[in-house]
Design a protein around this ligand. Sequence first.
Ligand code: UDP
Ligand code: MG
Length: 139
Amino acid sequence: MSVERTFSIIKPDAVAAGHAGAILAAVEQAGFKVLAMRMTRLTQAQAQGFYAVHREKPFFAGLVKFMTEGPLIVLALERENAIAKWRETMGATNPANAAEGTIRKRFAANVERNCVHGSDAPETAETELRFFFSTSELL
Ligand code: UDP
Ligand code: MG
């Protein structure tokens, strides 16, 4: 396994609930290096673009509304096998199915308001990192 990077979001529900610090602690405890990090807000167009792969899904409009409701934190994370390891650290999309100790099990309310995002493959990780970070921020 080689060192790779992945993209993550601490979503608006987690920021509003005051869970950002605990989630960042979990990031570090799981052995990730934070390459870049920024608090921001998404416009409707940005949220629609970021989740374009889901535009035909019944949950799309609700997801866009949720992701634009307040500040969120975008993160570039690095470690060995980062993409799979971050998805494992987050837990299943639906917190009802998430393993004990995972971030979604600990902090997520439901399948929509599930605290965190993580890229699902090398190509999406690079696209998503580029959506939010410039080359110089990722050095
Ligand atoms: N989502 C939702 N309802 C669903 C499935 C997903 O609202 O039935 C939301 C949820 O916030 C999820 C995001 O859409 O994190 C993207 O869905 P995906 O299947 O890509 O899950 P993820 O990769 O985030 O685990
Ligand atoms: Mg996904």
